[in-house]
Design a protein around this ligand. Structure first.
Ligand SMILES: Nc1nc2c(ncn2[C@@H]2O[C@H](COP(=O)(O)OP(=O)(O)OP(=O)(O)O)[C@@H](O)[C@H]2O)c(=O)[nH]1
Ligand SMILES: [Mg+2]
Length: 493
């Protein structure tokens, strides 16, 4: 799955050597975990404060209502959803054991029975599900962050935070927030990986969640929330913590992707209500469920409200009235389109995925470094060898720097000319190759060298600009190093 010669591949080699030389089962299992991690999909955790909409977003990304999201239900255990051949749920226990669990699906969501197990002994639920949505990404739902002493928050922090002696269990984080709260900043800050390169928010994106609720469900809610997200994105403190901020109405996405024909039938009945009455109904949840307001039963109305929220109801009813979405097949995609899910997916595929291997390599490297420390008293030669290889990797690879530079450009922290952005994006988004210089596969070595030499000279000049700030100089320096690698590869051949 990995690109030969890539940084992930090289870290994988060190991990395999650690498996081969491991003196006991425990260290072998630790090294094997790094091997598994580097050869598996990217692990993306969804985190945020209590009721930010994390489980709902997970369902939207999977396209199924798997994670329970009822208002009264809170996620208590870290739950990992990954692709597998069959359906299976197990508990990963503190003592390292794995226990298979019974489950059923009530109202669509998974209802997992812990049986005789105590929540306190469970580190994580492991859900294996046969869906293509989880092919390239493993999603991790986490309990809501509340306060320092709260048990659920502790589980999430334990899972995500980078500890000195242990790497984070996630390769990337989608952080949901309803407002840029001070504690959101503190939580995000704690997830930052500062261990390999200097601090880089490249492994976090923020989502302004439940965006439809901004402005009391008015139809321009998503435009308002886009403006707020854009403002957050320019906040210097937040910009230093995550790569981007996008607005999202996760509920709309989840419902759009799982909309049933009977629900649309109920909506059609509602759409027939007199506009004045309907307008009054949509003023509040209480008025919407007021018994005499519509011929549709209160129970069905409540169900629609849970599935769509006031904004979603307003949108769906407008679309039905205007004949654009009158069936589940036509209305569902409209809801998804308005949810902001496409922009988030794009961010995942353009921001996370290309860097997935580098991010994973970075996690792997941290894990191996901590493994080397525990191997030191038992097999000092192996520990020293692992350390030496990791040091070499870190010093020689440009890829960690590329990821950082990509962030500095994307976040606006470096002030590069708009005309240079596309070229810099190309330089920072893949392993060094002639394609970065806009050269096709048939280009001769001479031509590559000429183009590379010209580019090196240009980026060096930029880096030497006495008026440029240090961050911008760093970006141009990295650009120079990347092109130097392209040039170097022509000589090595
Ligand atoms: N209007 C609206 N409601 C939402 C949205 N996302 C989630 N909700 C509702 O908010 C409530 C909580 O959603 P969850 O997805 O369970 O939130 P969570 O962050 O997983 O909550 P915890 O696990 O308890 O921390 C549910 O009633 C959802 O239906 C959204 O985008 N818009
Ligand atoms: Mg939840």
């Amino acid at each position: 799955m990995t690109v030969p010669g890539s940084i992930a591949e090289q870290v994988l080699d060190v991990a395999r050597a650690a498996v081969a030389g491991a003196p006991n089962d425990q260290t072998r299992a630790q090294a094997q975990a790094v091997v598994d991690r580097l050869s598996g999909p990217l692990r993306v955790a969804i985190a945020g404060r209590v009721k930010a909409g994390k489980s709902t977003l997970l369902n939207a990304l999977v396209g199924e209502r798997l994670a329970p999201t009822d208002a009264g239900e809170c996620t208590k255990l870290v739950s990992r959803y990954r692709r597998g051949a069959g359906y299976q749920v197990s508990a990963i226990m503190r003592d390292g054991r794995t226990e298979q669990l019974a489950f059923n699906r009530t109202g669509g969501a998974l209802d997992v029975q812990l049986g005789a197990l105590s929540e306190r002994d469970v580190v994580m639920l492991d859900v294996v599900w046969p869906t293509t949505a989880l092919e390239t990404i493993t999603l991790i739902d986490t309990p809501g962050l509340a306060s320092i002493n709260d048990e659920n928050s502790r589980r999430t922090r334990e899972f995500l935070e980078q500890q000195d002696e242990r790497p984070s269990d996630a390769d990337a984080v989608i952080y949901l927030m309803r407002h840029a709260h001070r504690s959101d900043m503190a939580f995000l800050d704690a997830f930052m990986d500062r261990s390999v390169t200097s601090a880089s928010p490249v492994n976090a994106v923020a989502v302004l969640s439940r965006a439809d609720e901004i402005g009391a469900g008015r139809l321009d809610a998503m435009e308002s929330s886009s403006r707020i997200a854009a403002r957050y994105q320019h906040d210097p403190q937040l910009r230093g913590l995550c790569a981007a901020v996008v607005p999202l109405a996760g509920l709309l996405a989840e419902t759009g992707l799982t909309l049933r024909e009977d629900e649309v039938a109920s909506l059609r009945t509602l759409a027939g209500t007199h506009p004045d009455v309907l307008e009054r109904m949509l003023m509040s949840a209480d008025q919407f469920c007021e018994t005499s307001a519509s011929e549709l039963t209160v129970e069905l109305r409540r169900a629609l409200l849970d599935r769509l929220g006031v904004f979603g109801l307003r949108l769906a009813l407008t679309e039905i009235r205007e004949g654009r979405g009158t069936t589940a097949a036509t209305l569902g995609p409209i809801l998804v389109e308005h949810s902001g899910l496409t922009a988030l997916r794009q961010l995942i595929s353009q921001h996370f995925m290309p860097r997935a291997r580098v991010l994973q390599a970075r996690s792997g490297l941290v894990a191996l470094r901590s493994l080397a420390r525990s191997l030191e008293p038992i097999v000092p030669a192996l520990a020293a060898d692992i350390d030496r290889r990791l040091e070499q990797l870190e010093a020689s690879t440009v890829q960690f720097s590329q990821v950082r530079a990509a962030h500095l450009v994307a976040s606006g922290a470096a002030s590069v000319a708009p005309s240079e952005r596309a070229e810099l994006d190309r330089l920072f988004s893949a392993s060094p190759s002639p394609a970065m210089l806009g050269l096709g596969p048939g280009t001769s070595v001479d031509q590559v060298q000429t183009a590379a030499a010209a580019a090196i000279a240009r980026w060096r000049t930029q880096a030497g600009d006495p008026l440029a700030d240090p961050t911008t100089v760093e970006v141009y320096d990295i650009a120079t190093r990347v092109v130097e690698q392209v040039y170097g590869a022509t000589i090595a051949r």
